[in-house]
Design a protein around this ligand. Structure first.
Ligand code: CA
Length: 235
């Protein structure tokens, strides 16, 4: 899941980014409202983490702008201002949650997960193809009826493929969603994740196929139904 962190304190931003990356999130960082607007024009984010005191304006103004254009991306406000009035104005302006600095990374990560689980943000909670099922809220994979473990990036990849099952998902779109803007994404990074996911699915007897469409992307294909046995003439 990809987040945009809007925070002008580089040290704090670094701590948040490293902490959340360690928990499986892809994090882009910018220090200004202008930078955030530019990043949102080229990327789509699952969540915004927004500081209020920014060098080129008040984060609440960005929040209002985002909501004015009917963008429902969850927004978690991070701020040192802990007064009740500020909390209320943040929530009134369209923030989904509020976290007062200083906070611990595990708490921030838990709030991020909770926000991304909210209905409305996701297209559906259970995605399925063949005997593979993914609960997008729990981030859990079930094959036939057995749960399997997978690292967050493979779960994200599977989610994207399941959402477009039967269709090719462009490589660039997958890379864009799985990795932060400044991540060192080697040309083979996505292929490696696909390959590990394929092995994991095969080992658990999944009946779907992750097909490579060379030069384009990947498609998750449902099992082809076995042809019905021809009836014996005297049956
Ligand atoms: Ca600030």
């Amino acid at each position: 899941m990809r987040l945009l962190l809007i925070e002008d304190n580089p040290r704090l931003a670094g701590l948040i980014r490293d902490g959340l990356q360690g928990q499986g999130f892809a994090v882009d960082w910018c220090g200004t409202i202008a930078g955030a607007e530019a990043a949102m024009q080229v990327n789509s984010y699952d969540l915004l983490l927004l500081d209020l005191g920014l060098p080129d304006g008040d984060g609440l103004e960005l929040l209002r702008q985002v909501r004015r254009r009917k963008d429902t991306t969850p927004i978690l406000v991070l701020t040192a201002r802990g007064g009740l009035d500020d909390r209320v104005s943040g929530l009134d302006a369209g923030a989904d949650d509020y976290l007062v600095k200083p906070f611990q990374i595990p708490e921030l990560a838990a709030r991020c997960r909770a926000l991304m689980r909210r209905p409305g943000a996701a297209l559906g909670t259970i995605l399925a193809c063949g005997n593979v099922m993914l609960d997008t809220a729990e981030r859990s994979i079930t094959i036939a009826t057995s749960p399997i473990e997978a690292p967050p990036r493979e779960v994200d990849l599977l989610e994207h493929l399941l959402r477009r099952a039967g269709h090719v998902v462009a490589k660039a779109a997958l890379e864009n969603s799985l990795y932060a803007m400044d991540a060192e994404v080697t040309p083979n990074a996505l292929e490696a994740v696909v390959s590990r996911l394929r092995k994991r699915l095969a080992a658990a007897n999944a009946d779907v196929t992750v097909r490579t469409v060379h030069g384009v992307g990947y498609a998750l294909l449902a099992p082809v139904a076995a042809p019905a046995m021809p009836k014996a003439a005297n049956a």
